[in-house]
Design a protein around this ligand. Structure first.
Ligand code: SF4
Length: 70
């Protein structure tokens, strides 16, 4: 039973991504010229995974428009 639960958890996270690793993600500009890694940013793709423009860079979620930064 323990093994099946771990396998299920691994499969559940296999297709999850973070906006902070996506080329469509951008932090909001500010007067200091930088942001903390966990600061709220925005999705500049045509459509975000949940329909919201504002996105947290470190939150794991599925996204069909993810494009890994090069
Ligand atoms: S395309 Fe998806 S992963 Fe990329 S920034 Fe937008 S919501 Fe995040």
């Amino acid at each position: 039973m323990q093994v099946d639960q771990r396998k299920g958890a691994r499969e559940a996270t296999e297709n999850l991504v973070r906006c902070g690793q996506c080329s469509h993600f951008s932090f909001f500009p500010n007067e200091k010229g930088h942001n903390r890694p966990q600061a709220l940013g925005r999705c500049l793709a045509g459509a975000s995974w949940d329909g919201n423009r504002g996105q947290w860079p470190l939150l794991l979620h599925p996204c069909p428009n993810f494009n890994e930064k090069s």
